[in-house]
Ligand binder design. Structure first.
Ligand code: AMP
Length: 405
């Protein structure tokens, strides 16, 4: 089966075509500056990357250009649109309505739209992307894979805020968590690597990238995660503050004469390791600056690691013990020093860090000693493949249902 994976932002659209039988990526790319002018990047696996400008007044034109490129007689990977058997869409916020991936019927799309309030920046563009695909591929099944779905197993004690309960009832204000597709993929792959069933182990997944989150996966089910109503809560991130005393917002707005929106912009876009260091949100720049003696870059790196360590301690207790602590995403997979800064402090939990084994990037591997009671691992995430697998599962189920009837 050939599956098109779509990840829509407000002015961008990432895509991949995966052959689900071999799980081989046939082609991938990105549309940028949608609604402004339009730039398309395309890479057929094994060939040179192509980049060109093309008018993209809206997402429909972007999808149309992607399909045209995929069918290009010289560089394409399909001959006709019919060769795309299904489309898997990355959806950001499913609220409490979606605990698993689902076929995107009109009823489902209306339900997604009903929680747009919870993710006003992210959900509307994904719905626009789905509509564009449906218009151009009206008979192709579309599946939605939600970033929040894997965390829907969290118990009330983990998801409820210490706010008047009526706000949860009236507005669904609670903790949801994000990066769920990654946390699910990585925790399941960890079980495979350890030769165990997901039901039999407790895993802490540290998804450390530009946006970072950490989750406690007990017996294959998420019981807690660090992001909340929005992806702002929890760890210190590239530009997001993570947990702060909410009073900081009122205090800063008054002192700096900012509106609420302006203050939230600071918390979302000018804070995190960028805000602390004044150098960059990129850990490569921070590492270089710290090595040259930049004190604030060092504080940013230390504060980032300290917050991760605190969550690992909390989640170990929350699950009544942990079998494996896993690092993934841009920083988790590639930043050897940040991994070391975190892993060195986990000895008290029975996780013995192996400094010599830690010297690698971008691949699977153990970074704990062979005898370590709690295993420390690096497992690269692959959200597109996870979306592809869910899409195939749902579409195959549909075909089986139809045959059964
Ligand atoms: P992601 O959001 O998962 O794509 O992660 C992006 C972040 O990963 C970047 O902002 C960098 O901070 C970090 N990163 C990527 N490659 C490296 C590397 N080789 N060393 C350190 N950090 C890296």
């Amino acid at each position: 089966m050939k599956v098109l994976i779509i990840n829509c932002g407000s002015s961008s659209l990432k895509y991949q075509v995966i052959d689900s039988d071999t799980e081989f990526v046939l082609a991938k790319g990105l549309c940028e500056r949608i609604g402004i002018d339009g730039v398309l990047t395309y890479e057929k696996t094994g060939s040179e990357k192509i980049k060109y400008e093309a008018a993209m007044p809206a997402h429909k034109e972007a999808v149309s250009l992607v399909l045209k490129q995929l069918m290009d007689p010289k560089d394409g990977v399909i001959k006709s649109i019919d060769e795309i058997n299904a489309v898997g869409h990355r959806m950001v916020h499913g609220g409490e309505k979606f605990a698993c991936s689902t076929l995107l019927t009109q009823e489902v799309l209306d339900t997604v739209a009903s929680v747009n309030d919870l993710a006003p920046l992210h959900n509307p563009p994904t719905l626009v992307g789905v509509a564009a695909c449906k218009e151009l591929m009206p008979t192709t099944p579309m599946v939605g894979v939600f970033d929040t779905a894997f965390h829907q197993t969290m118990p009330a004690e983990a998801y409820i805020y210490g706010l008047p309960y009526e706000y949860y009832e009236k507005y669904a204000v609670r903790r949801y968590g994000f990066h769920g597709t990654s946390h699910k993929f990585v925790s399941q792959r960890t079980a495979e690597i350890l030769g165990k069933k997901p039901e039999d182990i407790n895993v802490i997944v540290c998804h450390l990238g530009n946006g970072s989150s950490i989750s406690a996966v007990k017996g294959g089910k998420c019981v807690d995660t660090s992001m909340g109503l929005t992806p702002l809560e929890g760890l210190i991130m590239g530009t997001r503050s993570g947990d702060i005393d909410p009073t900081c917002i009122q205090f800063l707005a008054q002192k700096e004469n900012l509106t609420l929106d302006e203050t939230m912009n600071v918390i979302n876009k000018k804070s995190g390791v960028l805000g602390i260091s004044g150098v960059s949100s990129d850990f490569r720049d921070l590492g270089d600056a710290a090595a040259e003696g930049n004190e604030r870059a060092q504080i940013a790196l230390d504060a980032f690691a300290y917050r991760v360590v605190k969550f690992i301690g909390a989640y170990t207790v929350a699950m009544g013990g942990v079998d494996a602590i896993v690092f993934t995403a841009g920083i988790g997979e590639n930043d050897i020093s940040t991994r070391a800064r975190i892993a060195k402090r986990l000895g008290c939990l029975g996780a013995e860090f192996d400094e010599a084994a830690n010297n690698f990037r971008g691949k699977e591997g153990f970074i704990s000693t062979p005898d370590s009671k709690v295993k420390l691992l690096v497992v690269p995430t692959n959200e597109e493949l996870a979306i592809c697998r869910d899409t195939v599962e749902i579409v195959t189920g549909l075909v089986e249902d139809a045959v059964g009837k």
